[in-house]
Design a protein around this ligand. Sequence first.
Ligand code: GLP
Length: 252
Amino acid sequence: MTRVQDLFGSALPPDDPAPLYLRLQSRIKAAIDAGALAPLAALPGEREIAETFGVSRVTVRKALSALVEQGLLMQRQGSGTFVAQPPRKMEQPLSRLTSFTEDMRLRGLTASARWLSREVSLASPREAMRLSLSPSDTVARLRRLRIADAVPMAIECATIPTRYLPDPESVETSLYDALAARGALPVRALQRLSATNLAAADAALLDTHAGAAALEIERLSFLEGGAPVEFTQSFYRGDAYDFVAELNLRRE
Ligand code: GLP
């Protein structure tokens, strides 16, 4: 028996009316669901699969790319097709004002960041409106890929008035630690969540496919006295995050 037959079973029955690529797709999915192919395992080559099942390579490619779309497989240029590793689902309470670093620490994970850009610039009209600045005020902009134990979780773009963060280079892993060190830790925030689909470049950073489901989160945070200190737009991988809200019955 070949490795392909071992993993995906023997020949596809000729009397089944479903298209070949769909039948092949469900064989591959069944092997993943059953654990015969573990996360990060390499699939046999396209040619081997095509020859074993007596189908064309186009059919094999069609079956594989549908599974890539569904997030079950990933393809690396030149090195083949692998089983995707689903990130651990994180639950985030909706009512506590926490930082990414703290959220991860509470789950026993180590937060890190890959810098995508950091700069000081004049506030854009949108930033000036959000942060109650005048157009001549400057802001620090930090764009980071947020990572939990080597798994990319979110892309975050934070804007902070330079009066609270004059030097974006002073941020190491945690923005909130840097703000706390300057006595500018936010104490209240408004947060908006919406569903979105990732553009190709963001999807590549988050190790997923273009169009994958994501959560877009905007946070506007305030200091004790009510002054806005942070406006952040984040894209969290949809398969990695769950938000939990605590609801209480109001008794008069
Ligand atoms: C969360 C929030 C961001 C905030 C960040 C700070 O991810 N969505 O608005 O800027 O935490 O996290 P850290 O202090 O780890 O940089």
